[in-house]
Design a protein around this ligand. Structure first.
Ligand SMILES: [Zn+2]
Length: 269
């Protein structure tokens, strides 16, 4: 695993070329030297964890004839439409799932949708018991704004059990300087479901009619008030348990987590 303290990428030797997962631009200048430190093999395959520019925007610096670039087909479609020059267009796509074998390595790629609208890969090295799942958790931290800007809270909450069902020890999260482990995924799951249960309880207890009556002539102002009041009460409740807890970022992001969760609980749950 390669990190600059903020971003992470991963590479493996296969005996038939190096497979690299993700190419964040701030890291790319170190990647070839790091590969040369451990092998004479060249980078032959690049896999995109998802389509976001901060994780694959350095790929143009690795461009060379014959470089295979693998992405799930909806990510490839998005990149073809964006055509921004920094994110190289995939040369090989697949639908939903691919068991990629190269040399002595087997890598399982499976589409999920916990973070980006085009989809995110759950990447598993079954023999090595290593996973790479980018922008889902960060060890030592609660998720970023709005549960890492997830566009689908239902899929996000379900992703914890889907990911924990894999056999793995090391977990590459895409962020921080550290390798994460099962306990980090379990802890973030505990936090996310605490936010869910808290928001659900407070939302069910609130007297909506009384709240809306405060803004009698303006229903939309009443809805805004409801969102603000439930978010504030849930944030105080969750903070009372987690502010001095094992994860940083509660002071920064918990309010956004409660608000994002409320939008899900009120309109989709
Ligand atoms: Zn992302």
């Amino acid at each position: 695993m390669l990190t600059n303290g903020n971003y992470q990428s991963l590479f493996v030797t296969t005996g038939e070329g190096v497979v690299l997962i993700d190419a964040p631009e701030p890291l790319v200048k170190f990647i070839e030297a790091a590969v040369a430190d451990v092998t004479d093999e060249q980078i032959s395959t690049l896999i995109y964890s998802h389509g976001h520019s901060d994780h694959i925007g350095g790929s143009h610096l690795l461009a060379r004839p014959g470089l295979e670039i693998i992405a799930e087909e909806r990510v490839a479609k998005f990149l073809n439409q964006k055509h921004d020059g920094r994110r190289l267009i995939p040369t090989r796509t697949f639908n939903e799932e691919l068991v990629f074998k190269k040399g002595e390595k087997t890598i399982s790629l499976k589409r999920d949708e916990f973070h980006s609208p085009e989809g995110d890969l759950v990447i598993h090295f079954p023999k090595e018991k290593v996973m790479m799942v980018v922008d889902f958790i960060a060890p030592g931290w609660v998720p970023l704004l709005d549960f890492d800007i997830t566009g689908n809270m239902f899929v996000y909450l379900g992703a914890f059990d889907r990911i924990l069902s894999y056999d793995f020890d090391a977990f590459i999260s895409g962020h921080t300087a550290d390798i994460a482990h099962r306990k980090d995924v379990e802890l973030t799951k505990k936090y996310a479901f605490d936010v869910y249960e808290t928001v659900k309880r407070i939302h069910s207890q609130i007297n909506v009619a009384e709240l809306l009556a405060k803004e009698r002539d303006n229903e939309q102002a009443g809805i805004k008030l409801l969102i603000e009041e439930v978010t504030a009460a849930a944030t105080a409740d969750v903070k009372s348990r987690w502010l001095t807890g094992p994860m940083k970022g509660v002071d920064l992001w918990t309010e956004s987590h409660c608000r994002a969760m409320l939008l899900y609980v009120r309109w989709s749950d």
